[in-house]
Design a protein around this ligand. Sequence first.
Ligand code: SAM
Length: 257
Amino acid sequence: MTTSHTPKKSLGQNFLHDASYIERIVQAIDPRPGDRVVEIGPGQGALTLPLLRRHGALTVIEFDRDLVGPLAEMAAPVGQLEIIHRDVLQVDLAALAAGGKIKLAGNLPYNISSPILFHALDHAAAITDMVFMLQKEVVDRMGAGPGSKVYGRLSVMLQAYCQVQPLFVVPPGAFRPAPKVDSAVVRLVPRDPATIHIADRDRFAHVVRAAFGQRRKTLRNALRDVCSPEQFEAAGVSADDRAEQVDVAGFVRLANA
Ligand code: SAM
């Protein structure tokens, strides 16, 4: 693509230009024959074109009108590119899967990476796997376990529904313009719904949010309006613990109780 496009900070536009990292990400996405691949935020096509060369067909969701025309032009001689010009948060990913499943990928706009992750979780049943690049700090939080300083709501919510596999770090110099922070690539594999055992997703989300909303407090205080002593007892979770000490299974039991 021409370099005349001025990157928009408000849309988290840091474009990848390092060929070796591009190749590693495409290998991590690893589209197989028959896969329906959807890329979020194709930008100037850094991942899009190699994916299209390898896979032949691809759907992309891009919010920046200025990038849509050049993307279509660039892709035309290479393969079949469907461009959805919308805010990804407004796109029904399950509908894109059309009864099947999609493989989701993207170098995400960092300013809305958490909302995109939660949006994808809402459609996890229609997704085989996701390979995303995000700020390294966010990937650290996604994969953290109890006792870690960065274990929090994002860790519990993602790990409850997906396996989280951090893959590799990408330095700022791989992008133009260079972001201020390191990035990292992560794979998320949605768990089989039969193994999740969350009775009510909204209630689970509410308990986790309330517990980490006041993470310095004991659960007895943080969840004062949410869980009774009997419910702590039934869940086998100590009300004297703080949220950061409770594992994902503990939150599931607490929400179910
Ligand atoms: N994939 C390209 C790359 O690796 O060079 C661009 C990645 S850039 C970090 C993020 C991309 O997401 C930009 O192209 C930006 O315009 C797009 N984007 C930002 N907000 C979006 C939204 N709400 N919905 C869809 N795309 C969005």
